[in-house]
Write a protein that binds this ligand. Sequence first.
Ligand code: ATP
Ligand code: MG
Length: 213
Amino acid sequence: MAGQIIALASLKGGCGKSTLALNLAAGLARSGSVGLVDSDPQGALRHWADWAESAGGEGLPQVLAGGADPVAVIVEAARRHRYVVVDCPPSLDRVVTRRVLRRVDRVLIPVLPSPLDLWACAETVAAVREAREHNPGLRAWLLINQAEPSSALSRAMSRALSSLDVPTLSCAVRRRAAFRTAALEGVSVYQLGARGREAAREIDQVIEEVNRT
Ligand SMILES: Nc1ncnc2c1ncn2[C@@H]1O[C@H](COP(=O)(O)OP(=O)(O)OP(=O)(O)O)[C@@H](O)[C@H]1O
Ligand SMILES: [Mg+2]
């Protein structure tokens, strides 16, 4: 992922964009400097970073507020950092997400393992298609988030996933208390020690698969 800009985007809210952006940024930070751009006007990552600071925590990548022009912040961050991770806003702010998609190299679209969530991400896939008219090199993957331990995806889910013209990463991120605990403690799962080990391993796998494919 050297020199790469990667966004977490979905026009569906609450699928894990901010959680995954922060933890992927923390994972990438172990191999190079990372700028984490918060393009969400609600500033979830800013709150997370402020929380970390007030708790005396360390180790979160630098959070850059996207402000009124997140694309300019992304371009500037790409000059300074080896990796740039961009957290996109929730569903309501389609304009920002569409602008970001025109500028990034890669996008991960988190999707919860339920048919309703899957159908709802068709709109994000359409936004990726549209962005490629301006940004033909844009690479995109769906990432199953909050997978349940025992749940192999139903056949209907697998069929629906394969009908979308964006591939699904073969690794998934499970529903784990560690992701919530990390947010509560103002850290990433990498700083949770044994409590975050499995979660951190999953984030490493996501990074590895995105790098490899
Ligand atoms: N893998 C996971 N395991 C457990 N909880 C998770 C996981 N991923 C996300 N969550 C929790 O799900 C909720 C929504 O996650 P998050 O805020 O990251 O989603 P989002 O897509 O950024 O939402 P929004 O669209 O509002 O910006 C949060 O409470 C978060 O802690
Ligand atoms: Mg968010």
